[in-house]
Design a protein around this ligand. Structure first.
Ligand SMILES: [Zn+2]
Length: 240
């Protein structure tokens, strides 16, 4: 039997709860046969929440990550893994508020990529703030202009679509996106996020379905990290 976790977060990014059997318990945490918990990757933090056990008790999920060797297996880091047993059926509940902030921020970073014509060298997504690093030796970037352009795209209420493409298209897409961070490839497929006419790139993260859901954002800072690196920091304009 191959150990692998079905990625429910790809199929149903807006679902909050699910049921699953415990596949394995190991050093990296607890693996389930399927999960809505997004594992740390592509700059997006792993999900948090809790698992409800058959006896009615709850086990806190502190974080989620992919197995470093077996990428199709996802581990949940629990506060008390000893409470679980392999084969048990549990109910998983996401910390939805945090995850939805990540989905909004993550989608906003795709919009940011579309307005800055330079390769991305780093990415970090947070519930309140996020940053993207660009390989830009000379900077003529203006944060007020970036804020305006981003909010125009957000207010245009654009659809955000996810497609799965065969791995053979992987290299072509990587060149197309100018992205130096390779996306995760699972089951021989590459997931592509398409905001038609604006941005198309391979990405394994979770996104909102329409840019309007992002809400108003502000480009807070543009930092020079090295001779070739410019860091752009974004935050939500309204604290929810
Ligand atoms: Zn993405």
């Amino acid at each position: 039997m191959t150990l692998q976790t079905r990625s429910l977060f790809d199929e149903s990014p807006y679902q909050h709860t699910f049921t699953a059997r415990v596949l394995a318990i190991g050093e990296l945490g607890v693996a389930l046969e399927q999960t809505l918990f997004y594992p740390t990757g592509g700059g997006q933090p792993g999900d948090q929440g809790h698992l409800l056990l058959p006896d009615g008790s709850a086990a806190t999920v502190l974080g989620t990550q992919r197995d470093p060797l077996l990428r199709s297996l996802i581990w949940h880091q629990l506060e008390n893994p000893a409470a679980l047993q392999a084969g048990q059926e549990v109910q998983g509940c996401l910390n939805w508020e945090r995850r939805y902030q990540h989905m909004r921020m993550h989608t906003c970073l795709h919009l940011l990529c579309s307005i800055i014509d330079a390769p991305v060298t780093g990415c970090s997504i947070g519930a309140e703030k996020s940053r993207l690093d660009f390989d830009l030796p000379e900077s003529t970037l203006d944060k007020e202009q970036i804020t305006r352009s981003l909010n125009e795209l957000i207010n245009a209420a654009l659809d955000v679509r996810a497609h799965e493409l065969p791995a053979s298209e992987y290299r072509r897409l990587l060149e197309l996106s100018g992205n130096r961070i390779p996306p995760p490839m699972t089951h021989g497929k590459v997931r592509v996020i398409d905001i038609p006419g604006v941005d198309l790139q391979p990405c394994g993260g979770t996104h909102v379905h329409n840019t309007q859901e992002i809400g108003p954002v502000v480009c807070d800072k543009i930092e020079k990290k090295s001779r070739h690196n410019r860091r752009l920091i974004l935050r939500f304009a309204c604290v929810s």
